[in-house]
Ligand binder design. Structure first.
Ligand code: GLA
Length: 457
């Protein structure tokens, strides 16, 4: 897929460190057998420090350093988080929450997917990056943005409302068809004109379920459209495969990846054990099987996981000795041909300074680092597994659209949740030692009829 054998990789955020640390980093990457490094994931403020003023000196050096050490590059387009100058110049790109309040910069991904200004500025950066590195021999993969929709999938501003109406017109054709689809005769919700149709903003009671479901679909499509725009720029300058990192996981459900997957040159997923669940490793197995389903049974990339604790759950558990290796091999056994981590070196500052990394704060004389070396050697011994596929006689059907719909505001019982039910069916098979594929339902309801699903044929 990305070379021979099972790939070991990581996110690398060298902007945090001085150039002498970079030398040490590449030396240790070689020692650990790191094959693939994702860079420029959050590079925007570094590459374009002022509007329209680009500075590639730092990224050039990192690219060359990796190349000299024969390490391949998974190059981020750098657009994931807008730099402070952009949100200062154009606060209108900031996301609006369902209650009409603004979500401010200070974290990451503070942009609204339907913002034309954000898109124009982001694509201008992609153009620069693609032109500069599109044919570089070390670049073997493009990494569009980062975890699209992780924080900003749903935006409730007026620009989004306009885009939603355009999407609805395409879907329904007439206001009457929309009224029929959404059942607006109930509770006096009948629309007389497109201009009256809005977003499912925060309301006093349960909102119209048809409107909510369509807003989910629209929001997923809107980000996919954004992805396509970045791809279009990259393709003009490069023939290297393009992907973005999915979040097939129990706690994020904003994108219908069945519609996204066919547009990826290779499917990539980020997976973190979620200790809020009763059986985190069972969920890991399910997510890996689902990722294989998205990849159409072909090998896929585990783009991120953690060496030890994450820093964004209520209780961030360290991994027991051997646990990281076991989880990595679970992904490989379920079809991953690349095992990558967030991130290379633990941050000394910033929002993720308590997150584990391949090089922990304590350095390389640690059990954590020794386990990384062991994993690397183990993956090398498994090289012949690369390119092979998983055989399963049983399939569990899974659909994001069903998830959105079943977990709506008004329903028979809030104790019955879609994903729990799917996990139970999957768990029953797992307990029997039965390997299952996880596939899309063969057909989906469009509101006006059944259509076949491209991802499942
Ligand atoms: C996500 C992001 C990374 C990092 C990790 C931490 O996967 O893509 O940038 O924040 O979570 O677990």
């Amino acid at each position: 897929m990305l070379g021979s054998g099972i790939v070991l990789g990581c996110d690398y955020n060298p902007e945090q460190w001085s150039a002498d640390v970079w030398q040490e980093d590449v030396r240790l990457m070689r020692q650990a057998g790191v094959d693939l490094v994702a860079i420029n994931i959050f590079g925007w403020s570094y590459l374009e420090p002022r509007p329209g003023e680009y500075d590639f000196a730092g990224l050039d050096r990192v690219v060359e350093l990796l190349h000299e050490h024969d390490i391949k590059i998974n190059l981020g387009t750098g657009t994931s988080s807008p730099p402070p100058w952009l949100t200062t110049l154009h606060p209108e790109i900031l996301p609006t929450a369902a209650d009409g309040t603004t979500r401010y910069p200070g974290g990451r991904q503070a942009w609204c997917p339907s913002s034309p200004i954000f898109r124009r500025r982001a694509l201008a950066l992609v153009e620069q990056v693609a032109r500069r590195y599109g044919e570089h021999p070390a670049v073997v993969l493009w990494h569009v943005s980062n975890e699209l929709g992780c924080h900003n999938a749903h935006c409730y501003d007026e620009e989004t409302a306009e885009a939603f109406r355009r999407w609805l017109r395409k879907r329904y054709g007439t206001v009457d068809a929309l009224n029929d689809g959404w059942g607006t005769s109930f509770w006096s919700q009948r629309y007389g004109d497109w201009s009256e149709v809005g977003l499912p903003r925060q309301a006093l009671s349960a909102r119209n379920p048809g409107q909510q479901l369509d807003f989910h679909r629209f929001s997923s499509d809107e980000l996919l459209d954004y992805y396509r725009d970045e791809v279009e720029v990259l393709r003009r300058h490069s023939t290297v495969p393009i992907t973005t990192n999915f979040m097939v996981t129990a706690h994020i459900r904003n994108l219908d990846y069945w519609t996204w997957a066919p547009e990826m040159d290779v499917v990539a997923n980020d997976h973190y054990l979620d200790h809020r669940l009763a059986a985190p490793t069972a969920e890991l197995a399910f997510a890996a099987d689902l990722t294989r389903g998205l990849a159409g049974g072909q090998p896929w990339i585990l783009m991120e996981q953690s060496v030890g604790a994450v820093s964004w759950q209520p209780h961030n558990l360290a991994k027991a000795p051997g646990e990281m290796t076991r989880n990595s091999l679970t992904h490989v056994a379920r079809g991953a041909d690349a095992v990558c981590f967030f991130q290379w070196r633990a941050s000394a500052q910033g929002a993720e300074k308590f997150h584990s990394a391949l090089i922990p704060h304590a350095g390389t004389d640690t059990e954590a680092w020794r386990e990384v070396l062991t994993l690397s050697a183990t993956l090398d011994r498994l090289d012949e597994v690369a390119g092979t596929t998983v055989e399963a006689d049983v399939a569990v059907l899974f659909s994001w659209q069903s998830w959105w719909s079943c977990d709506g505001e008004s329903r028979p019982s809030h104790s019955v949740r879609y994903l729990d039910q799917v996990h139970r069916a999957y768990q029953a098979l797992r307990d029997l030692g039965v390997t299952a594929d996880v596939l899309a339902p063969p057909r989906t309801w469009t509101g006006t009829g059944w259509s076949s699903c491209p991802a499942c044929t």
